[in-house]
Design a protein around this ligand. Structure first.
Ligand code: NAD
Length: 412
């Protein structure tokens, strides 16, 4: 009988992982409280885009190696129980562990000695030790001896799951003496380097992986706003910084957000001894939509009332269909508060989108809110004089604000 793994929470993290366990020979129980998700999987359809997973789902369904269930209790028999539940941040700058707590409370009476509980969700430092303490307190289990708890954070980028589950080092923070070994047994079939550490170090490593990116992208965004003040071209300044210089480099500006980057820094701020530094990073990113709207307003003669503006890109990330916590919506809200007439397009989010030609028709200005590859040839599709706002430089315009004809004539 193959060993069994239950994955609770079949979202963007849990579902590809559950399918990958099934593909590596485990018997998998996939649990999600949303009937809609289970229906889609039974019908052989991935509920979201993730490279290669549609074919994998079809393979797993054909092999019958993943059962689906609606309640956490159905997961209780598995050798490993992996939690991939959402962990938002509360407005109090504090992790919201309500989903994890509710699932644990459902599982509590059913847990048995020898099982391993793996926390795969991103959590604030100390959460794994809290979970172990909670199980000890409620069930008298000796964690690390007769029941095992580990944090195995997910550091895979959306769109690259299948490639990175088999290539990125796997960080495991086990509680007590033997939890790390038990969690390793579940992850070693993926064949990557396993790095054992303490739970709190695993938690910190995950959130600081994201904080590094979030802080990194704040610098070009701040520079973009600075350049506007001085009438300088941010892309030229970035080239000057990076050109043949051996010590590091600066990224390009853009609308930086998304469900992970926007909240994971708050897990560090929860108990930060440098209060405010990461909040300042967040403020820079959150200011970019307003910066773009104000730049647009100034260039369109001081008012956006009744002006037609096309917003291109709703997903928070290039070539993704994930719109959670995308700044595109904040940009649209701000434009609407200027009484602009806003059209929108995203090739990956058709339900909320107009076809590109329709969105562009009659637009006086076009804002590239997401750097989708579909927008690389945008300039050639626009009438001369259309104001193009492209903080990513996906169009090759090499100016945050530019008029279409100028650039088409001279080329990128
Ligand atoms: N999305 C990413 O790219 C990414 C990357 C790294 C880490 N993470 C972290 O991984 C975790 C999961 O993220 P996600 O994007 O997959 O979230 P998600 O919201 O897409 O998925 C969570 C799933 O859990 C289900 N769920 C909630 N309560 C449940 C319950 N009581 N019983 C059964 N199912 C339940 C929801 O229906 C949902 O399908 C989060 O902590 C996130 O921060 C996400």
């Amino acid at each position: 009988m193959p060993k069994s793994v239950a994955v609770i929470g079949l979202g963007r993290v849990g579902l590809p992982l559950a399918l990958s366990f099934a593909d590596r020979g485990f018997r998998v129980i996939g649990v999600d409280k949303q009937e809609r998700v289970l229906d889609s999987l039974r019908a052989g359809r991935m509920p979201f885009e993730e490279t290669g997973t549609q074919a994998l789902l079809e393979r797993v369904n054909a092999a019958g190696s993943m059962e689906l269930a609606l309640t956490a209790q159905d997961a209780a028999e598995a050798d490993w129980i992996v939690l991939t539940l959402g962990t938002p941040a509360l407005s109090h700058i504090e992790i919201d562990i309500a989903d994890i707590r509710s699932v644990i409370d459902d599982l509590l009476p059913l847990l048995r000695e020898g099982q391993t509980l793996i926390l795969r969700s991103t959590v604030a430092p100390g959460t794994t030790d809290w979970l172990a303490g909670y199980l000890e307190q409620k069930r008298g289990l000796r964690i690390g001896e007769d029941f095992f708890v580990a944090h195995v954070p997910e550091r895979i980028a959306a769109g690259r799951f299948l490639e990175e589950i088999a290539s990125l080092p796997c960080v495991i923070g086990g509680v007590g003496e033997h939890s790390g070994e038990k969690a390793t047994e579940a992850f070693e079939p993926f064949g990557t380097e396993i790095v054992q550490t303490s739970p709190v170090q695993a938690e910190l490593a995950k959130i600081w992986t994201n904080i590094l990116r979030y802080a990194n992208f704040a610098l070009p965004n701040l520079l973009m706003m600075n350049c506007e003040q001085y009438g300088a071209n941010v892309f030229e300044v970035i080239d000057l910084v990076n050109h043949d210089y051996p010590r590091g480099g600066i990224a390009l500006p853009g609308l930086t957000a998304g469900t992970c980057l926007r909240k994971d820094f708050a897990f560090s701020e929860e108990r930060s001894s440098a209060p405010g530094m990461l909040l300042a990073v967040s403020r820079v990113h959150e200011t970019v939509p307003l910066f773009l709207v104000e730049g647009l307003r100034r260039r369109l003669g001081g008012s956006l009332k009744d002006r037609r503006v096309a917003v291109l890109g709703l997903a928070f990330k290039r070539d993704s269909d994930d719109v959670r916590d995308s700044l595109s919506y904040k940009l649209i809200r701000l434009l609407e508060r200027e009484l602009a007439v806003v059209t929108r397009n995203d090739p990956n989010v058709p339900a909320e989108s107009e076809p590109l030609e329709e969105a562009l028709a009659g637009a006086e200005a076009v804002v590239v809110a997401t750097n989708h590859s579909e927008y690389e040839h945008l300039l050639a599709k626009l009438p001369d004089g259309t104001l193009v706002v492209d903080p990513w430089n996906v169009t090759g315009a090499r100016e945050v604000f530019t008029a279409a004809g100028d650039r088409v004539a001279s080329g990128p």
